[in-house]
Write a protein that binds this ligand. Structure first.
Ligand SMILES: Nc1ncnc2c1ncn2[C@@H]1O[C@H](COP(=O)(O)OP(=O)(O)OP(=O)(O)O)[C@@H](O)[C@H]1O
Length: 325
């Protein structure tokens, strides 16, 4: 089986002025379809850096990174963005929703970059929101939603384009324990019922313990990689294909196969979703291109021209637009 994501002896070195920081030192990791993996380790051990590489938000300094079997080094920035948009969904600790945009339009955003017609985007966004139990909040803006609801909107956005993998960086970090449990239960259900691989960074031992595999990072290296060997409960095998699917998700708790979450992208900076049916940027759609502006380790020095950004300023509604996408 082609791995969903694969890093082979990957390093990542940042330069800050005259200083070099090597955040990853030869990491090899294979994530198969349908896996549920927690990435843990002390602060500064390279967890976020690894997530950004796995999600094609960044490129390794050395080593090989393959997404769906494709070596990212061989891809242009535009191709990389398209690959990201098709295969990877992101969920962040601070949600990264467009503050003046409805839940439905936030969720629809990744589909804009794919050129999905507006009516279809809206339908699929509503279905993705139904999947996370938010059919009754389609027109609410993030500020009108609880933290747990906002994270569920972010999960719906990650899923709307039908990625094989959802990468979640501290998805419960801003939530109280009970709400965090609900969000984890939702991610686990998506993994179990839909076969979406989940890779999550967490500092919380309870959250890590729920994963079937735990990768421990220390000083930019994998210290251990533990797997649960008990049989999976529940009937659903992982997805067997490696191609993104294009059918829309259905509502309800367990959408049938063939639905189409994508995520992969995050809202463009400035909170102004593009209008119309065509992807923005002419022939270079960002395709889920997300940069981690202020708060990400990749901030600033990676993937120029990705188009969309998930800067730290995005969540919370500043600079937002009420326009529909
Ligand atoms: N853009 C950057 N420029 C320079 N150094 C960076 C950059 N991003 C991260 N680093 C450094 O790389 C190392 C790994 O950072 P990373 O954010 O991946 O760690 P982490 O394990 O996710 O930490 P935390 O748990 O605190 O979020 C750290 O030493 C950090 O200071």
């Amino acid at each position: 089986m082609t791995p969903a994501l694969e890093a082979v002896d990957v390093t990542r070195t940042y330069r800050a002025g005259d200083t070099e920081v090597t955040a990853l030192r030869g990491v090899s990791l294979r994530i198969d379809e349908g896996e549920y993996v927690a990435v843990v380790g002390p602060s500064g051990s390279g967890k976020s850096t690894l997530m950004h590489l796995l999600g094609c938000l960044d490129r390794p300094t050395t080593g090989v990174l393959r997404v769906g079997g494709r070596d990212v080094a061989r891809l242009s920035d535009t191709e990389l963005a398209e690959l990201r948009n098709a295969r990877v969904g992101f969920v962040f600790q601070s949600f990264h929703l467009l503050g003046r945009t409805s839940a439905r339009d936030n969720v629809a955003l990744p589909l804009v970059y794919r050129g999905v017609p507006r009516a279809e985007r809206r339908r699929r966004a509503a279905e993705a929101l139904a999947t996370v139990g938010l059919s009754h909040r389609l027109d609410h803006r993030p500020g009108q939603l609880s933290g747990g609801e906002q994270q569920r909107v972010a999960i719906a956005r990650a899923l709307v384009g039908d990625p094989g993998v959802v990468l979640a960086d501290e998805p419960t970090g801003n939530l109280d324990t009970r709400t965090g449990d609900d969000v984890m239960a939702l991610l686990e259900r998506l993994n179990r019922d839909r076969g979406v691989a989940i890779v999550l960074v967490t500092h919380e031992p309870d959250v890590a313990a729920r994963a079937r595999r735990r990768v421990h990072l220390r000083d930019g290296m994998i210290e251990s990689d533990e797997r649960d060997t008990t049989p999976l409960q529940g009937p659903t095998p992982p997805r067997s294909d490696t191609q993104p699917r294009n059918d829309p998700p259905s509502g309800g708790d367990a959408p049938p196969e063939g639905d189409d979450p994508s995520g992969g992208d995050a809202p463009p900076e400035g909170d102004a979703p593009p209008e119309g049916d065509a992807p923005p940027g002419g022939d270079a759609p960002p395709g889920g291109g997300a940069s981690l502006g202020g708060d990400g380790p990749s901030g600033g020095d990676v993937l120029p021209g990705r188009g969309a950004s998930v800067g730290g300023d995005v969540p919370g509604g500043d600079g937002g637009s009420c326009e529909e996408v």
